[in-house]
Ligand binder design. Structure first.
Ligand code: B12
Length: 303
């Protein structure tokens, strides 16, 4: 990313949900932030600083000690794509696609590892995996890819994404409960969304595919998430659960997402619509939260 410093510390705090005091501590103790100076002598921070703070939150959320989390956050800078590595990324993306089509699990995982080492998680999802899944569906529809190839590829990707999700239930950030309604098996977008929320400091409870809404409701009472997000690739599963969705949305903020979620469905359910892609919506949900309240300050107690 490498942008010129232009953000005051309050803005970094607002974007990441980490308190100003804690940001200062991370800067002083670990060098996670490296500010420049405005003409007036104020410290100014860059988008890279924001990325490093987010990486720090992810590592803390995985239970690492602060010093170790900071070291990894500093190392993760190499994951940001620079223009020089764009060729490398397209080569690895092509390699991943070819390996998946050939049922070559080891090759596919190696290409995935290289992509993961080069790209931020947001970029891996937005620029590689989500477009790839989309293309895969088109190829399947055209008959260029068999059902077996599609199943193999989506299962490898699902496994890798859930591997990255390990520990996403830990931490003290806002809490999102994610599920697909009954009959819905497309949960890859929801997993991507959970990962994007996680890297923005959220805590995730993931119920996955085909979840009865009354069962979600039963556990919402105890888990008390800040947000429940239900995703579906087609409208049917959401439509079929409308009465239960209405009941759920009466007690907790509910959002509907995925290609099956429409504005009218969301209105009827008393839910909000997340109509964008998983990464953009994770950012929007995060921005929409008021900073400062105890449940909305990801990362704050750990120093
Ligand atoms: C992988 C896959 C499967 C896997 C799912 C594995 C899994 N664990 O998710 C399996 C094999 C189970 C499957 C089954 C079926 N599938 Co399918 N599948 C796909 C495929 C190839 C990728 C889906 C995916 O994950 N895409 C990645 C997501 C992120 O992209 P997206 O779906 O376009 O979503 C966009 C937005 O809606 C949004 N979004 C999506 N989810 C979320 C979640 C949140 C929280 C947010 C904020 C945003 C968001 O982000 C995306 C834009 O970036 C798509 C092709 C495609 N075009 O997507 C078909 C596709 C979705 N499947 C389709 C069909 C028809 C089926 C089956 C009915 C096939 C069959 N005859 O059995 C079954 C239905 C199963 C069921 N009951 O749900 C159709 C749906 C057509 C439609 N909408 O009318 C598609 C589009 C293929 C096609 N071109 O025809 N499928």
């Amino acid at each position: 990313m490498s942008t010129a410093p232009h953000l005051r510390i309050g803005e970094v705090s607002r974007r990441t949900g980490v308190s100003v005091d804690l940001l200062r501590a991370w800067e002083k103790r670990y060098g996670v932030l490296s500010p420049g100076r405005s003409e007036g002598g104020f410290r100014l921070y860059s988008e890279d600083d924001v990325e490093r703070v987010r990486a720090m939150q992810v590592h803390l959320g995985q239970g690492l000690a602060a010093a170790q989390a900071a070291r990894l956050a500093l190392e993760s800078e190499v994951r940001v794509v620079s223009s020089g590595s764009a060729d490398l990324v397209s080569r690895d993306r092509a390699e991943l696609e070819e390996a998946l089509a050939l049922f070559a699990e080891v090759r596919a995982n190696a290409a995935f590892d290289r992509l993961l080492a080069t790209l931020t998680l947001d970029a891996l999802l937005t620029d590689v995996l989500l477009p790839y899944l989309h293309d895969l569906g088109d190829a399947w529809e055209r008959g260029d890819v068999t059902v077996a190839q599609e199943h193999f590829a989506s299962n490898i990707i699902r496994g890798r994404l859930l591997g990255l999700a390990r520990g996403w239930g830990a931490g003290v950030g806002p809490h999102a409960l994610l599920a697909c309604p009954p009959g819905e098996l497309h949960d890859l977008g929801l997993i991507a969304f959970g990962l994007a929320l996680r890297s923005r400091g959220w805590r995730i409870t993931f119920l996955g595919q085909d979840t009865p809404i009354p069962s979600v409701q039963e556990h919402v009472r105890v888990l008390q998430p800040d947000s429940v997000v239900l995703a579906a690739a087609e409208a049917g599963p959401l439509n079929d659960s409308l009465p239960e969705l209405r009941e759920l949305a009466a007690g907790v903020p509910v959002s509907l997402a995925g290609a099956g979620a429409t504005a009218s469905l969301a209105r009827e359910a008393g839910a909000t619509l997340l109509s964008g892609d998983p990464i953009a919506e994770a950012q929007r949900l995060t921005n929409g939260r008021a900073p400062g309240s105890p449940k909305t300050a990801p990362g704050s107690p750990k120093t």
